[in-house]
Ligand binder design. Sequence first.
Ligand SMILES: [Zn+2]
Length: 244
Amino acid sequence: MADANVESNALLAELEPTVRGRFLPYFQRVDLRRADVIHSDGQMVEWVYFPLTGLVAVLTQTIAGESVQTGMIGCNGAVGVLEAFGSGRFRSRGEVQIPGTALRVGVGRYREMLHSSPALQAAVEQHLEMLVTEARQLMACNALHPIEGRLSRSILDALDRSCLDRVLPLTQEALAQMLGAQRTSVSGCIAKLQRRGLIRSSRGAIEVLDVARLEQVACDCRVSLALAMEEIWTTPDRQRSASG
Ligand SMILES: [Zn+2]
């Protein structure tokens, strides 16, 4: 997917072509290879990544050493934008979960771009609002929704954000970490969804056979988040500044 289009990234797609064109010379196109750590826990952010394809997992570790996935960023956003705004330090681990391609820009240059462009500021603010909204929704989801609905939602979210069609190159272990659930519970749910003809599980991959029916099984957080995202991305005040 080395030729993936720049507009594949939702955040970059928000910018007018002239604004985007001004910034493109500052970006490097890089491969995201499975298990690459693009941001280390507690380290200063050097690059801000805008995935075009593939998926980056944000993994948060406790002092005792247990870790759970607390974010999933692909072509829907960027990794490191929040930290570059503030302390500059990434407080989780950003690890490539599904290989792909990204554009990256050095954090110093990114800050200069941000200060010079109201349009980029507006797009990043939208992304940050989206991240906080999603974090709140997922906290509610983890507390309230059964694992089958959460698993179905996560599979569909991962497909959307990695810009893949139907086959998700994820192991059952990765899905268990994504949900903060026991591997055996996830395996049981996968077997159930497979028996109903919604997915096919093979070694290291999940193939979605029936998107429409899987959407019906997914918890309603998927609908809630889709509606929230649509509102966030179409806020009129922000659209007005998209050309600067
Ligand atoms: Zn939910």
